[in-house]
Write a new protein. Sequence first.
Length: 263
Amino acid sequence: MTWRTGVLLALLVVAVTAAALMPPWPQNPAYHAFADQRLLLGVPHFWNVVSNIAFIGAGLFGLALWREVDWRARPGRWGWLVVGTGGVLTGIGSAYYHIAPDNQTLYWDRLPMAILFMGIFSIAIGERISARAGSRLLAPLVLLGAASVEVWRQGELAAAGAGDLRFYGLVQYYPMLALALILLMYPARNEGGRHWWGMLGLYSGAKLAELSDAAVYGVSAGLVSGHVLKHVLGGAALAVLFGGLRSAQVGSGSPGGAGPPRN
């Protein structure tokens, strides 16, 4: 085990321990009370619904690019497919949720999102640490992401408000923290790393916008809410990530030109 692997494992142990020591984390019912409640063109919560086109568009962009890449020369083929598909399904699931937001519909928002996070994490592992590890971890990570949402859902089915979000929170936040460390500790290869940092920056902005939903809505005099900005920035983060794949392909002069990392 290298010291870098040790750092990532230590962070995982700390994150798992912290989640285990926390009290159960139920879904706050107030979460569904978004700032922008406007009905337009017969669509409730119109802007929260239609802003998900950012995720769908980014996912479709990724899927179109996925078909063009020569995957014989580049790791992460199935991880990138999961991320592109996850982007489209996240947009669809989130739009469905926002039409009638409650804990039941929220499941279909969170399920593809958790899978999307795990796909991104497996790609980062494959590109920066080990192509073999990234490939082998993809399926277990995707199953782990789906399981985290299902654990919360089963709690809700047992009793309203009894769902526990600790596992889901771990799945959402640990990979992004670990990704930042991976980018710092493992040098970029031919593809560079700006798209990864750009994705992380936009994702962080999306989380801040989500937490500032009502504040953004008030400051903008009702023009836009923080949650709408979350969707736009989240979709942009995904597009930037796929843009990095495209740039590496073009910059190398041939599809999949970036050499694979060590195994």
